[in-house]
Design a protein around this ligand. Structure first.
Ligand SMILES: [Zn+2]
Length: 352
């Protein structure tokens, strides 16, 4: 086992003092998370996330569509660089809630935060993959069962968390239209390969009405630049002013695509302590942000002053025993079905 390149230690008996890294060559890297501290044993357990979603093997279930309370409301928030990645965090308990989470009955889930994952390579930044295809980024909207006092309490209980994952692509710099590979001869060889894997696929993102997430774009460009210099201290204490108020406030509609059809499975947090208490809701349809927004994110510094792109902020796929996912992934749309238009907010800069 390698030594930790900054602290010189690999393990920590006191859970709260333990640290992890995305550097795979480091003894605190993703392959060793379960061994760093006794409280992180879950990280090598059987229901770990992220996974590849093999859409041809997913099972259709007529789950109720996602329901949001105060979808368009803009709520007070702060952004914080926790030393691993920047998080847009709601202030206190918000009126924004998620309902109809699969297997959660009528429970309401309170919105807690949104953060975005990226990789060392532009094309491979999402944590989940869909039919082995990765996206440049993946946004996570984290909710907790509001029957619990707070997220810390909820995350320790089965089904206590629901996370909506939205794949993030690049928009064209000049507007809302996505690059259409069908008009590009240079991309033809890639298309041919896609045609092969799509034979057993149920992904069908061509039905998605593409959304340029303009508000998210602006928040990323502005606030990642501001918190870039707000580093966690070397002594591993998070400095107070690492919290910056988001003046524009945030809304779920900033991040959601128009179509909310989803894949769902029971999995885990993708960072230690890796609790297996997450009902994952991975949306079929992606959103797009600008390259400038992406560049603002990759240049944010981690706890050691490295750019986030150096090691990426994504946990590798958890393949389980003999490379087979252990979990059953379900979906709430029929293969070949058309997407829906949703998410129309009164003052929506992404509107029609
Ligand atoms: Zn995440």
């Amino acid at each position: 086992m390698y030594r930790h390149r900054y602290t010189g230690t690999c393990t920590e008996k006191v859970c709260d003092l333990a640290h992890f890294s995305y550097d795979r060559d480091n003894c605190q890297g993703p392959n060793f998370w379960d061994r760093i501290t006794p409280c992180w044993g879950n990280c090598s357990s059987l229901l770990q996330s992220p996974i590849n979603i093999n859409t041809g093997e997913t099972i259709y279930r007529p789950f109720r569509g996602l329901k949001f309370l105060d979808l368009c409301g803009r709520i007070s928030a702060k952004i914080r660089n926790n030393g691993h990645s920047p998080h847009f965090m709601a202030d206190d308990r918000t009126p924004v809630k998620l309902g109809n989470v699969p297997y959660s009955g009528n429970a309401g889930f309170a919105f807690h935060e949104v953060h975005i994952h990226l990789g060392q390579w532009e094309s491979r930044g999402s944590e989940h993959s869909i039919d082995n295809q990765f996206y440049p980024m993946e946004a996570h909207m984290v909710f907790f069962d509001d029957r619990y006092e707070n997220i810390e309490e909820a995350q320790a209980h089965r089904g206590g968390l629901a996370v909506i994952a939205v794949m993030v692509e690049f928009s064209r710099s000049n507007g809302n239209i996505f690059k259409n590979p069908f008009f590009s001869r240079r991309q033809y060889p890639r298309l041919k390969r896609q045609a092969v894997w799509s034979r057993n696929s149920c992904a069908n993102t061509s039905v998605c009405r593409k959304k340029s997430a303009n508000r998210l774009n602006k928040l990323m460009e502005k606030y990642y630049t501001i918190i870039k210099s707000h580093r966690a201290e070397r002594n591993q204490e998070i400095i107070e002013n690492s919290y910056v108020e988001v003046k524009e406030k945030i809304s779920l509609s900033d991040v959601l695509p128009y179509d909310w059809s989803f894949y769902t499975y029971q999995g885990s947090l993708t960072t230690p302590p890796c609790y297996e208490t997450v009902q994952w809701i991975v949306l079929r349809c992606p959103i797009a942000v600008s390259r400038k927004a992406y560049k603002s994110l990759i240049t944010v510094s981690d706890i050691h002053g490295n750019s986030l792109k150096k090691f990426g902020i994504r946990r590798p796929l958890q393949r389980g025993i003999k490379n087979h996912p252990r979990v059953e992934v379900e979906r709430n749309f029929r293969c070949g079905s058309q997407g829906n238009r949703r998410n129309v907010c009164p003052i929506d800069p992404d509107g029609y």
